[in-house]
Design a protein around this ligand. Structure first.
Ligand code: PMP
Length: 453
């Protein structure tokens, strides 16, 4: 009764991101009521395993007392402090320092924003200031990768390369360019790692030449493309892209909004790629999704150059909630948990998840299983040899999501028929096995769908 009236309030008044507004009025919401560990309970009392950690963000799992107590303490002590006018707070300073300790190389300076989108926007501004400080304001062109996602702000959505984020917004802007994705399963050059790397290097060089090397400000990539369908690049691909940028003196920005904080195993994916980006964006797992916060890391070189630039590094950029003390306290507590064993558990459970999902490879609908750490995908096809995607008529994004939900599992169901997994790092072996089993059941039911041919 209560949940029905809540659903009605939602239907009438709440505008949901990335949903058909009329569609939502008809379908109504699924209201979540509570959560603990990797399990969420909806308003009807139905419990589900959250195989997607909210929106790939609740890395520490739900209901972690250590985080809740840190937030409560901070709320009592000092619930707000601005970073403007040189003010600050204890947790924000501690967090910046602790993050710098964890970050690869000399990414020693941290700017806090509210989420991934404005973190990306911040890097665009920092990149422009950096080149201006070096007397090269003409370096105002940006390159990113097809299938990439870098947020949905008005400007940053132009670096994003997923069409749904472009329609009616006039993006990409004319200074935002793309190269093809590595997408190994469907790469025109085939699946050989060397061939893919060679093709991408050639394409990046050609794109830079087309724009003019002296015009290019920065290149953006995700160490693993998330929203594009969990696309894992061949080993060495990220380093090869980085090498081209270094050679051409182009800023290299790693968007680790999904891959950061243990999602792929280590604290940051760049570390295992053996590269140090000039800037790195993180969010999601930073606070385990408990409260909003993002962190932009700047290398010594980028920081020093801007600091020595016009106005001694006065960048006209900031947000009321930058370095929010409650968010910082939450992030510090999440770091305690990551350092205290959660990352290790994530590595073990990630291997189990991959093994389990690989075990589904014999299923008639499974074209490919891929992933790293606690980030994985199962790409579905109707013909394995021809790699035929599921037809749009089978509405994978809604029908497969619904079936999984009925089976007590939350997965990301991408429209092109890809299932995405990003479970909390706290999962037990039994929970991982359940995620796999419920996926198998969901796939069996999908095979029975007359629209899947
Ligand atoms: N970059 C990447 C790689 C992301 O995956 C996301 C969000 N999924 C963003 C940026 C934007 O983050 P937010 O939704 O917090 O604005």
């Amino acid at each position: 009764m209560l949940s029905n009236s809540i659903a009605e309030l939602d239907r009438r008044h709440l505008v949901h991101p990335l949903a058909s507004w009329r569609g939502h009025e008809k379908a109504g919401p699924r209201i979540l009521a509570s959560a603990k560990g990797a399990t969420v309970t909806d308003a009807q009392g139905h419990t589900l395993l959250d195989g997607f950690a909210g929106l790939w963000c609740v890395n520490a799992g739900y209901g972690q007392d250590h985080i809740i107590e840190a937030a409560t303490r901070q709320l009592r002590e000092l619930p707000y402090a601005t970073g403007y006018f040189g003010l600050g707070s204890e947790p924000a300073a501690q967090l910046a320092s602790r993050l710098a300790d964890h970050a690869p190389g000399d990414l020693n300076h941290v700017y806090f924003s509210l989420g991934g989108s404005d973190a990306v926007d911040s890097t665009i501004r920092f990149a422009r200031h950096y080149w201006h400080s070096k007397g090269a304001s003409e370096r105002d062109q940006f390159i990113s990768v097809a299938q990439g996602y870098h947020g949905s702000s008005v400007v940053g959505s132009g670096l994003t390369a997923l069409p749904v984020f472009h329609a009616n917004f006039g993006v990409p802007l004319d200074w935002q360019h793309k190269i093809s994705s590595h997408y190994a399963y469907r790469n025109p050059v085939g699946q050989d790692a060397d061939a893919i790397i060679e093709a991408s290097v050639a394409e990046l060089r050609a794109k830079i030449a087309e724009i003019g090397a002296e015009r290019v400000a920065a290149f953006y990539l995700e160490p693993i493309q998330g929203s594009g369908g969990v696309l894992v690049p061949p080993k060495g691909w990220v380093a090869a892209m980085h090498a081209v940028c270094k050679e051409m003196d182009i800023l290299f920005v790693a968007d680790e909004v999904i891959t950061g904080f243990g999602r792929t195993g280590p604290m940051f994916a760049c570390g295992e790629e053996g590269i140090v980006p000039d800037m790195m964006t993180t969010a999601k797992g930073l606070t385990s999704g408990y409260v909003p916060m993002a962190a932009v890391f700047l290398s010594d070189h980028v920081y020093e150059t801007i600091a020595d630039g016009a106005g001694a590094g006065m960048v006209g950029h900031g947000q009321t909630y930058s370095a929010h003390p409650v968010s910082a306290a939450v992030a510090l507590a999440a770091l305690d948990l990551y350092e205290g064993g959660l990352l290790d558990n994530g590595v073990k459970m990630g291997a189990r998840l991959m093994d389990g999902l690989q075990g589904l490879s014999d299923h008639p609908l499974v074209g490919e299983v891929r992933g790293r750490g606690m980030l994985a995908a199962v790409e579905l096809v109707t013909d394995k040899a021809k790699k035929t995607p599921l037809p749009a008529a089978a509405a994978p994004a809604t029908r497969i999501f619904d079936r999984a939900w009925q089976n007590g599992l939350i997965v990301r169901a991408f429209a092109q028929g890809i299932l995405g997994y990003a479970p909390p790092l706290c999962c037990t072996a039994d929970e991982i096995d359940q995620i796999v089993e419920r996926t198998r059941l969901t796939l069996d039911q999908t095979l029975e769908d007359p629209d899947v041919r």
